[in-house]
Write a protein that binds this ligand. Structure first.
Ligand code: IMP
Ligand code: MG
Length: 173
């Protein structure tokens, strides 16, 4: 079993998720309806907590992405593994991601969703690792900026493990 160091504890995450939910609630005051798009699998816990803090009419449409790469590095080749089940044309769309690392996945996805002509398209990411940026993507709602560590927990995995941790931790070797 690998050793983990806590980077963001449960309370810190919950407080920030509440703040993001309040901000989103305010910003979409004039929107009749919001389509929240959690990116699988990493954002499923974050999205589950976040939508309960958004006091607006909304629906949830999952989207699966895979970025090919060995270990903890992305190659930049991105594939949609599970697509939306409803059209988002003329809808307000809020993508919910776990972490923006190189930015390659979100650049690909935002471009792809943009072609479907949503009424608006924004990105909410729990984490951002600016040290690793390869392409800049605008993050409209950001939970935390973190240093260049590989993090796990609260939905994020290493080789599909650790998603169940209630906190975000760094694997120590
Ligand atoms: P990108 O490099 O911005 O395209 O990020 C691709 C994906 O890699 C993210 O959506 C995460 O699912 C995953 N990822 C990037 N950094 C980490 C990390 O530190 N822990 C766990 N998953 C990560
Ligand atoms: Mg992801």
């Amino acid at each position: 079993m690998k050793k983990l160091k806590v980077l963001l504890d449960e309370e810190t995450i919950a407080k920030r998720v509440r703040e993001l939910g309040e901000q989103i609630t305010r910003d979409y005051a004039d929107a009749e309806h919001l389509v929240v798009v959690p990116i699988m699998k990493g954002s499923f816990l974050f999205a589950a907590d976040l939508i309960r803090q958004i006091d607006r009419e909304l629906s949830v449409e999952f989207l699966g992405l895979r970025s090919y790469g060995a270990g903890t590095e992305t190659s930049g080749v991105v594939q949609i593994t599970y697509d939306l089940t409803q059209s988002v044309t003329h809808q307000h769309v809020l993508v919910v991601e776990d972490i923006v690392d190189t930015g390659l996945s979100m650049r690909y996805l935002l471009e792809n969703l943009g072609t479907r002509q949503p009424r608006s398209l924004k990105l909410c990411s729990l984490l951002h690792k600016p040290a690793r940026t390869r392409v800049k993507v605008p993050i409209d709602y950001l939970g935390f900026t973190i240093d260049d560590h590989f993090v796990v927990g609260y939905g994020l995995d290493y080789a599909e493990k650790f998603r169940n941790l209630p906190y975000i931790g760094v694997i120590e070797n």
